[in-house]
Structure formats: C-alpha cells, structure tokens
Design a protein around this ligand. Sequence first.
Ligand code: WTA
Length: 665
Amino acid sequence: MSETALPFNEKIIPPSWRDRTVDIEEFKRLREESLKNIEEFWAKIAEELPWFKKWDKVLDASNPPFYKWFVGAETNMSYLCLDWQLQQGRKNKVALIWEGEPVNEKGEPTEVRKLTYYDLWRETNRIAYMLKNKLGVRKGEIITFYCPMIPELAAFLLATARIGAAHSVVFSGFSSQALAERIKDAESRIVVTADGMYRRGKILRLKDVVDEAVKQCPTVEKVIVIRRVGLDDINVVKGRDLFFDELMEDVPKNVYVEPERMKSDDMLFILYTSGTTGKPKGIVHDIGGYAVGLYATMKWIFDVRDDDIFFNTADIGWITGHSYNLYGPLLTGLTFIWYEGAPDYPAPDRWWSIIERYGVTIFYTSPTAIRMFMRYGEDWIKKHDLSTLRIAHTVGEPINPEAWRWYFKNLCNEDCAASSTWWMTETGIIMISHTPGLKLIPLKPGTNAMPIPGVDADVVNEKGEPCPPGVKGYLVIRTPWPGMLLTIYKDPERYIKTYWSKFPILLYYSGDFAVKDQDGYIWVLGRADEVLKVAGHRIGTAEIESALVQHPAVAEAAVVGKPDPVKGEVPVAFVVLRQGYNPSPDLVKELKVWVRKSIGPVAEPAEIYFVTKLPKTRSGKIMRRLIKAVLLAQPLGDVSTLEDEASVEEVKRAYEEFKKLLEGQ
Ligand code: WTA
C-alpha cells in the first residue's frame, strides 16, 4: 500500500454509536495513563481471573529480553477455559458450534454439532485421562497436531493443556516435508491427526501426509488417528498407529483429571512461523500472560457480551486460530463457530449462510477473503440476513481502503465496529486496533487504529526515535506485554537477534513498516523484511528458495513478493539452472509442484523466470530489492554494491518477455 493514498482524514462514526462518546483525546488519555505503570495496569486485569496461586511479581524484567509475566503464579489454561466457565453458570451454554463441510442437495449442512461447556469439559477430561494413563504423556512434552477443524481437536488441545503438556499445531495445508521439520524440532513423541478432511467437496488424505513425514522423525512413537471422513484404506502401522475412538472406548464417561498446577511462565504451546531464513521458528507462548492478554483483548476489541455468537474464519494452524478461535472465546465464555471447509463451498455464500443460520454477532476474517468475495459480487450476500453483525474485524495483512469500504457497506450495512487488528504470531494477542468494548474512536477505511492500552507501540526511524506523522518508519513495541512470546524454541540467540537487536536501544522489532497519521492512528504498510504475506499466510522467501534449490535442476533461486489484487502478494521466483538443464514451460510446472510438495500450496510461486545470473552484491548476497524494483517498474535506487549490472538487465529481460507473452495472448 502506498502511504500517500491512505484516507488519513476520513472519519466514520457508525449510527449505532450515537449514544456513546466517540473521542480520540479521551482514548489517548486512557492509554497514556495505562503506560505510566504497565505492571499495575495489567495486574488489575489479571485480578479478574482466578489463579491457583497469585503472583509474587507482575513482571520479571531482570534478564531482558526474556521477560516473564506473573512470576510465581500458578494456573492452568484448560481450567480457565472450562472449569471456570462452569463455575460461572455456563454449564449448559453452547461453547462450540461446529459445522462440517458436506452439504445435501439443497446446499444445507449435513453435519452440525453443538458442544456445551459441560460437553467440552467432559471430553477434555476424558482425553486428558487417556493421554496421561494410556500414553504416559508427561508435563512439558510437546504433542504435534496435524488436524482439520473438528471438535475433537478443540478437546485434544485443552486436554494437552490440562495435563501440563504443550502443543504444536501444524497447519493441515502444509506438506509432509514441512510437517516433518516441525515434528523433528519439537521432538514430539506423539502426533495427532485425522484420516482425512473435506475441502471443496474433496477428501484430503491427512494420514498419508503424516506417514510420509514420520518416516523422517525417529522420536515419534505413537500416531493417533481421528476418524473424520471414514477412509477404510489408510495405512496402519502396528504398534504405532492408534485410532482415537478405540483408545477412548473404555475411558469412563465422567472421569475427572485434576488440572496440573502450571507456572504462569510455563509453555502452553509452540507455533512455527516463518522468518528470514529457511528454517521456521518455533514461537513459544506462556500460560498466564497469554490468558490475561487474551481476556483483555476479547473484551476491548471484540466487545464481547454473554449472548454473542462469535465467528472467526481462521484455521487453528495459525496464531489467529489459537488466540481468537479457541482460547480467547473460551476464556470469555462465548459461543463460537468452527466451520470445517472452504468459504466458497458449495457456493460463495457459505459464510453468509453461517452468519444467518446462527445469528453471528462478531465476525473476524482476512482481507484476502474479503477481496475474493468482492469478485464474487454482492448478490451472494444479499441473499442472507446479516443484520445481527455488530463487530467485523480483519487480520493478517493490510486491508486496502477499497476492500474495507466494500465490506463495511455490504456486510456491515455501514453500522459495525470494523477494525484492521494488527498483531503477530509473536505478540500472541492483538496489539493495535479499535477497542469498541472500551472507548470509541472514529473508524477510518484500512487503518489499524491505535495501540491498545498497556501496549507501547510506535513508529520509529533507524535510530529508534519516533517518526512524525506522515513519515514511514518501523513498527516497534517499547515495553513487554502479557501474551508476548517467551523465546524461540531451542534458539534464544535467534530470539534476541530477530526481535530485539535492530535498534541502538532495546525495542521489539515487528518487521513491519508503518506510518502514523495526524490523529495518532497507525497504518501498517507491510513487511520490511524478506517475509511474504500470501493470502494472509506468512511465508519466508528464504523457505521457498531453499525448497527450490533442492530440486536437481536448480543452482540458485531468488524469491520476491509481487502485489496481487486478491491475495495481497504472491511469490515470484527467479531461477538459475544447473548445467545440462534448459528452461521450458514443463520445468516451470515441475518446479511449482515441487514447492507445493516441499512446503504447501501457499508457497507455490505464481510465476517462475529463468535467468543465467541473479543480481548480487560483491559479497554474494542476492539483491532481492532490485528484482522487486524491476517487477514493480520502480527506480532501482542504490546499485553501488551490485556486482554485475548485467544481472539486472537479465531479470528485466526475463520479465519483459513474459509480459509480452501475456499481452500477445
Ligand atoms: C501482518 C497474524 C496489516 C504484519 C496475526 C505482521 C497485518 C504479520 C495485520 C504477522 C493488519 C497482521 N494490518 N498487517 N491488521 N495483521 N499483519 O504471524 O505484516 O501470521 O507482521 O500473525 O502479518 O503475521 P502472523
């Protein structure tokens, strides 16, 4: 997004806010007040949660940047999500509404399950019992999950937390290779999967992917298979593979497993995400700080009420799925919806039919999805009653003002709180957003609004000094916050280097560019590093490059992001072939499939070009910046470190030829 085109001055106040105060200055005062003493501020919120044991210290900042929240406190996430909710009278309230993908001839869902808080509590206890007593799962061990969005998974994750183990959920769209890497890093003994899952009416065979991955993972002793689609021809390895239903057969209906007393800063989960090297980072999250941060942001940002129906379209394989499609809604006792399948199956109104069917009040989705639906047109929406919506936020990538205006009009009927919530896998919780549950400030199309109270985020220059309004800079966070990552799993050095070393002063570096406007609103512009956001999914260019160079035909590869009208950006690869290999359309196809298989469909390059050399610095570093400039037809900027000018010409030539080819079609 170009910062000059942003509607800094367009202030929108939804009609239903008319009886409430909408005041930027008042919000700023409240935020400034919170920053005077963040420990006191967050401790007050933490008081609203029950603890097995209270903290001795709110924040341990004695060894920065390894911050610890609520030190000395004891708690348990499954206790907070379930037992505490039962205590508050939610025993028979529906927690999870689950809708499977399959439909009948009329397009109606054939599988809907509703689990009350009591149902979920019971199932969680039963699974916890099974994991503990049958599989000997111990406190601290990491279980890997490779599953579709099914209720069993929710209970499994809560059960894992209950007995003090940790989870690593791997997105079910990742390939066996990507899965294997993550299992190996986590040294999981147990992998939980399903036989298959539905996607656009087809069955994806998940267990086959796990079989392939586990071949490379000597630590894996057991693979638990949930029968989701009822495939009868899956491979079963005797002694290793166990069917979930069989494991549970003799587990009593009403077992109670005491929630393990966990330290606040014990690990709840790791979630792998992409960075600037080929190796994914295992982001480690704690329990107590994360719970407090989620609890607060659910209230402020989603403005939750007890009768809300919450629909987040994010898959559990991403942080948005963890924070705001499982733990957040449960911590605040909500009814939330999991839809298993594709948004446009059997028709592009599947999500709208869900909103109508259950009377959804809070909707959370991605800009890419919005742009996809823009293409399908308004008629699909008009068929449904979406008047129940009160809150409709987006996440994952910047939302262009046009897409925001479209959904504000067509989904929100111009009367919802509609914010682009900025945060990251690493931050654990939303950091920058409107906070309709706390204080109202006007909406603006595409803005991220303001950092929430208790979060000292800002836009700064190379020296770490605040940028004045209108000047682009780096998005940083000055002080620790509850919910923040503890470290990178097994790699504390990389944690320091990646997030806390960019500036001469100690600041958390997000990796994003941003700009502030005259009112203090922040507008995140996109990544400042070699990380792409493809349809909101985070993928490192280095990961794609390292997959490409493993192909026998490829000597070198450079991957850059290219703007895309729907997906935000897409990967484009420039490839140098090894001797004996020649460029051909077939090889392009082959390399695309190769990347798909090595990482997953999200990483597949949209375009691949063959060149004989890549633009590099004299020290041998690929200058992706120059390749990007060629793609965007922008000035090349500083080329003084370039080793061989002809390489840029080659990139240009390869790209121009392709454009001509397209024009000729
Ligand atoms: C981007 C997703 C603009 C940003 C929760 C960030 C956003 C990265 C927004 C983290 C937003 C996320 N506006 N950009 N509202 N939300 N991003 O770890 O580049 O998958 O650094 O977490 O997504 O991606 P991740």
